[in-house]
Design a binder for this molecule. Structure first.
Ligand code: HEM
Length: 404
């Protein structure tokens, strides 16, 4: 084992995720305590899992490492009144399998491909809106616009509502200490209120959208009730929104910081965009962690873990593991092969992966071809979150162009 200088380990401090993920902490943990006991002032200790192989071992063994009751470090608030209802991402088989079967058709590679012309149009309209201005906020005006529109279209709700709901997801992921008391729970309840209205509306007037199909489908002989639907709705708005935004904004930040990689990419967008996106996914890792809960006593990476303990896997660390990636801190747009796990592994592997890839490619292509000299124009601020990683605002400037 290496014994590099022991940095203070605090993965609950959102400041550690401003500017970059805490790679010094992650490196020390991987090299010295790959399964590390971490204190939590608001609850029981949790285990931090930082090596690529151990993250995969946890995610592939749902019988030992359950996704219930939640994939967040904090347990769910009773105020939400969830009762026995479960969100797909926080459910184990057999419920998880039934839920996944219910929605997977909307998320196949073919379904994502069918959306690609529309996604390209939306990306182009987003750049139209800023192109003449010569400056904008890359997060709010560009990267965040597309995912909220795409998920709104999928669910069959107005695009403006998609934007408002997406602002709620920011509150849900914010550090509770940095927002007014109860703001996170309030945001979930507001989302549920909106979703209940959608449910009433789509039950009365079903359309061809995912929300209507969910409301009229059956899981094990039962229709989804209002709370089941609200949880699906929240998951889709949440998982489909800030992840993609953070990847596009964080990926652009990586290009700004690595001008020679950027030059190569812009010179051969057709050849290099796909591998560059994988490298951005590895380098940025927009989802910081997922939690599991041990269902039985077990041993992971030589460390004993007791039944009932929280086990938290850190993707940003796994994606910089030198046992898997050569020179892991280097940003190389043509890295291959690419076993990054930014979309997770196993049965909860990101449902939206194909749509996300279409969105990311459309947005980056549009920005890099239509605003080719885009560059930073001021300080970047970062999400106040230890769960979702990425910039909150990123001022940029570029030579103004007329709309096509
Ligand atoms: C860069 C973009 C994205 C990243 C990095 C990302 C990452 C992830 C990760 C890490 C997980 C958990 C996997 C696990 O536990 O092993 C996940 C699950 C999920 N993602 Fe994504 N995601 C992205 C975009 C999207 C989009 C666009 C959608 C929807 C349109 C989406 C929908 C979901 C859903 C529904 C789940 C839960 C799957 C389940 O429980 O079976 N994601 N994603």
């Amino acid at each position: 084992m290496t014994t590099s200088l022991h940095p203070a380990i605090d993965l609950l401090d959102t400041a550690a995720f401003a500017g970059s993920q805490p790679h010094e902490q992650f490196r020390w943990l991987r090299e010295n305590e790959p399964v590390h006991r971490h204190a939590d002032p608001h609850g029981p200790d949790f285990w931090v899992v930082t090596r690529h192989a151990d993250v995969i071992a946890v995610e592939e063994d749902h019988e030992t490492f359950s996704s219930e009751p939640t994939i967040m470090i904090a347990d769910p608030s009773e105020e939400l009144g969830l009762g026995d209802h479960k969100m797909m991402i926080s459910a184990d088989p057999p419920l998880h399998t039934s839920y996944r079967r219910l929605v997977h058709k909307e998320f196949t590679p073919k379904a994502a491909q069918a959306l690609s012309a529309r996604i390209g149009e939306l990306a182009s309209t987003i750049v139209d809106r800023v192109a003449g201005r010569g400056e904008c906020d890359l997060v709010a005006d560009i990267a965040g616009e597309l995912p909220s529109s795409v998920i709104a279209e999928l669910l069959g709700i107005p695009l403006e509502d998609g934007r408002r709901l997406y602002a709620l997801t920011e509150l849900i992921h914010a550090d509770p200490a940095k927002v007014p008391e109860g703001a996170g729970t309030g945001a979930v309840l507001e989302m549920f209120g909106y979703a209940s209205q959608v449910a009433a509306d789509k039950r009365a007037n079903p359309g061809q959208d995912l929300a209507s199909r969910l409301l009229h489908a059956e899981v094990d002989g039962h229709r989804l009730d209002d709370m089941d639907f609200c949880l699906f709705f929240l998951l889709l708005v949440d998982a489909g929104g800030d992840t993609t935004r953070n990847l596009v904004a964080g990926g652009m930040q990586a290009l700004f910081e690595h001008p020679e990689q950027r030059r190569r990419l812009q010179a051969d967008l057709d050849g290099l965009l796909a591998p560059a996106i994988d490298e951005m996914l590895r380098f940025v890792s927009p989802v910081i962690y997922m939690r599991r809960t041990a269902t039985r006593d077990t041993v992971l990476g030589g460390q004993a873990i007791a039944a009932g303990e929280k086990v938290v896997v850190y993707y940003g660390s796994a994606n910089r593991d030198a046992a898997v990636f050569d020179d892991p801190d280097a940003f190389r747009i043509d890295r291959a092969p690419h076993p990054h796990i930014a979309f997770g592994v196993g049965r909860h592997f990101c449902l939206g992966v194909h749509i996300a890839r279409v969105e990311i490619a459309a947005m980056l292509r549009e920005v890099l071809t239509r605003l080719p000299d885009i560059e930073p124009a001021g300080p970047v601020t970062w999400q106040d979150s230890a769960f979702i990683f990425g910039p909150r605002s990123m001022p940029v400037r570029f030579t103004p162009t007329t709309v096509r």
